[in-house]
Design a protein around this ligand. Structure first.
Ligand SMILES: [Zn+2]
Length: 334
């Protein structure tokens, strides 16, 4: 999520990092709420995400100039998912990059066409009604940022495309967002993770979110490790000097631990709730080790603490499996 439109936010200068086969265009604000945009070198350079804030386009222009290319040479921008920090610049894409069109996953595009439909499972799960409405307004906000001037191409079933000298595979990795796409550059053995990163604090709350996340992690773990040298996060790892690029063996191992944590939490929750009805916030403080309230103050005000999205999603899955139930505003084991 990005709240760049708030006038009081201080703007730092964005930075650019040349990683060989691609560039990281770092955002000007905090990595918690702003993502980096990736520009992949090629006969026709490719963008992975367009970010938010006009300074991204200035970074793109200076990188293009360094490659002796210009704004007309970018034909495609691939969108990892529709969260405002990743896509808000679609609105001004044509102005800065006249030939660029968007590629996104079909599911991501469909959520834009139905901004008032938010999948919260079969019935109301939220204790605070405002949360449901903020989810709907999130989708509505996204819709405003679709531009009619741009062509949108949607992908399904993990296609492999050739873009000039580049071979890029689109990998549907739902969970963080139902229409999330990772991008595997097979020519350079780079896996762009977008926001599908180990221990992500946020998961979009919908009834299959945790199953989707498990599916996506397994899918990444199943890729032949010889085909990936490095993986790249769209938000630098704040517990490691905001680092984005890791050897895949290291990041892969974190994904394995992440999967274990998800399974552990699913096992732990029904035990915690045995004969002891608890509210969401009480459950969160028992399951989440870090202070779950402190991640991001804007998210807390307008949505809810990001980590609590996990608790909601766990409970939805466990309820589908008949392991927990909701009584009034408390949850308890069945
Ligand atoms: Zn993001």
């Amino acid at each position: 999520m990005s709240y760049r439109f708030f006038p009081f936010r201080r703007v730092k200068r964005p930075t650019i990092s040349d990683e060989g086969s691609f560039f990281i265009l770092r955002p000007s604000g905090s990595y918690k709420t702003n993502c980096a945009t990736m520009l992949i070198r090629g006969d026709s350079p490719i963008l992975y995400d367009v970010g938010s804030g006009k300074e991204v386009f200035h970074s793109i222009r200076s990188v293009l100039a360094s490659m002796k290319k210009d704004k007309n040479d970018i034909k495609y921008a691939i969108l990892s998912h529709f969260h405002p920090d990743h896509h808000t610049n679609i609105r001004s894409l044509k102005k800065f990059l006249p030939n660029a069109n968007m590629i996104c996953h079909k599911k991501a595009f469909n959520t834009l066409l139905q901004p008032f439909k938010y999948n919260t499972g079969r019935e109301k799960i939220f204790e605070r009604r405002s949360i449901k409405y903020s989810m709907i307004s999130w989708n509505f906000y996204n819709r405003i940022f679709i531009s009619k001037k741009i062509k949108y191409y949607t992908v399904e079933n993990d296609p492999l495309f050739k873009f000039g000298n580049l071979r890029l595979k689109f990998i549907h990795t739902p969970g963080h967002n139902a229409g999330h796409l990772c991008l595997h550059d097979l020519s350079n053995k780079i896996l762009f993770l977008g926001d599908l990163v180990p221990f992500t604090p946020w998961i979009d709350v919908y009834s299959e979110a945790v199953d989707d996340m498990i599916y996506s992690i397994k899918k990444l773990l199943d890729i032949n490790p010889k085909q990936i040298k490095h993986s790249v996060r769209s938000h630098g790892n704040l517990s490691d000097n905001a680092k984005e690029v890791y050897e895949w063996s290291e990041e892969r191992e974190r994904f394995e631990r992440y999967l274990d944590l998800i399974y552990d939490s699913l096992e732990k929750l029904p035990k915690i709730l045995k004969n002891r009805p608890l509210k969401i916030n009480e459950i969160a403080s028992r399951i989440l080790l870090n202070e779950y309230n402190s991640y991001n103050k804007y998210m807390n005000v307008f949505f809810f603490p990001p980590n609590v999205s996990w608790i909601y999603s766990y409970l939805l899955k466990l309820r589908e499996e008949g392991k927990v139930e909701k009584k009034k505003n408390k949850w308890v084991s069945s």
